[in-house]
Design a protein around this ligand. Structure first.
Ligand code: PLP
Length: 359
């Protein structure tokens, strides 16, 4: 298999793919694939409930939170959050940390007043603002942050304490990468296609008191209350994506849960950042120290020509997905939970070899 460093959809654990392959045509003697079954039948409902229970267990989700399986990607959450949580006389507060935060902010502007609690734009979004920089107005309906900026390669090391203002987190690219205190948040959402499974399902974890009647007209499918009341079975859910997510959650549990996964993730990230830092400036990390992501490692080479050559030569050796996002350039290695340590070791070796030949 390729050394897969894709940013998303991203690598899945090989064991999960093999299990899905084994069960694909004939699901546990049922005479059909799970994908051919009613979402109201006992077999699918069992999978649906197991996925919710496992997510609760792995993330330590308290009982007063609902777990929702939604569609439309994290991009739909950019609109659902303000549509459901913003009320007249309140403002939607955002931390501007980069490309994905910017998209969330521009959607919120469609629905009401927004405010920027802090921004790292002056530093080209290469750092996460510190808690002391945050200016959250008392009339904020919520404070939204992007836990991991997938494109810039920055990540919140610690989340801010927002007091009574509910904290909303886009965890699309780092959910389940480390232990988390869910009760710090009012709402967490994530598209599945990095750490949870294939694309097609979006997870939302929302505190029950935030699931009210929206103050603006909101289509039925875009209200959290619709999905909360119906255990995410109001309409046909993305059964295949939820089934695959359930397999991934079982895999995370078998790894030892989020604490064990974090340990491996830190080792993988160190392998790359140490290689960068030991290169005497040949490789330059994009994110500032203290804001470096353990999921997306972004770095530059001395010239764009060398960066192009790095991509070309790496592809010839079986590495996939190392070209940086078109909006920022450079290189990016996405090392989500399912990327094995051996792939990261191979990349560090390739980097050293590349520097020896071209440095
Ligand atoms: N937020 C973050 C941090 C992301 O990385 C992405 C996708 O890469 C999105 C939101 C958008 O997710 P989706 O493609 O599921 O709409």
């Amino acid at each position: 298999r390729a050394f897969n460093f894709n940013a998303g959809p991203a690598a899945l654990p090989l064991e999960v793919l093999e299990q899905a392959q084994e069960q694909f045509v004939e699901y546990k003697g049922a005479g059909m694939s799970l994908m051919e079954m009613s979402h109201r039948g006992a077999i699918y409902e069992g999978v649906h409930q197991e996925a919710e229970q496992l997510l609760r267990e792995l993330m330590g989700i308290p009982d007063n939170y609902k777990v929702l399986f939604l569609q439309g990607g994290a991009s739909t959450q950019f609109a659902m959050v303000p549509m459901n949580l913003l009320q007249p006389g309140k403002v939607a507060s955002y931390v501007a940390t980069g490309s994905w935060a910017a998209k969330a902010i521009s959607e919120a502007k469609l629905f009401g007043e927004t405010q920027i609690a802090a921004s790292s734009e002056a530093d080209k979004f290469m750092r996460i603002p510190s808690a002391s920089e945050l200016n959250v107005p008392a009339e904020a309906a919520y404070l939204h942050l992007t836990s991991n900026e997938t494109i810039e390669g920055t990540q919140w090391a610690e989340y801010p304490d927002t007091g009574l203002v509910p904290l909303v987190g886009d965890m699309s690219s780092d959910i389940l990468c480390r232990p988390l205190n869910v009760s710090q948040f009012g709402l967490i959402y994530a598209g599945a296609q990095k750490n949870l499974g294939p694309s097609g399902v979006t997870i939302a974890v929302i505190r029950e008191d935030l699931i009210g009647t929206p103050s603006m007209p909101v289509p039925t499918m875009l209200r959290y209350s619709t999905h909360a009341k119906n255990d995410s079975l109001y309409n046909t859910p993305p059964t295949f994506a939820i089934y695959m997510t359930n397999l991934v959650l079982n895999w995370v549990k078998a790894q030892g849960g989020t604490a064990a996964v974090e340990k491996i993730n830190l080792e993988k990230a160190s392998l790359l950042y140490d290689t960068i830092d030991a290169s005497n400036g040949f490789f330059r990390g994009c994110a500032q120290e203290g804001s470096r992501s353990i999921m997306n490692v972004t770095f530059r080479l001395p010239s764009e020509e060398l960066e192009k050559l790095f991509v070309k030569e790496s592809e010839a050796e079986g590495f996939v997905g190392l070209k940086g996002h078109r909006s920022v350039g450079g290189l990016r290695a996405s090392i989500y939970n399912a990327v094995p340590r051996s792939s990261v070791q191979a990349l560090a070796g390739f980097m050293n070899e590349f520097q020896r030949r071209h440095g």
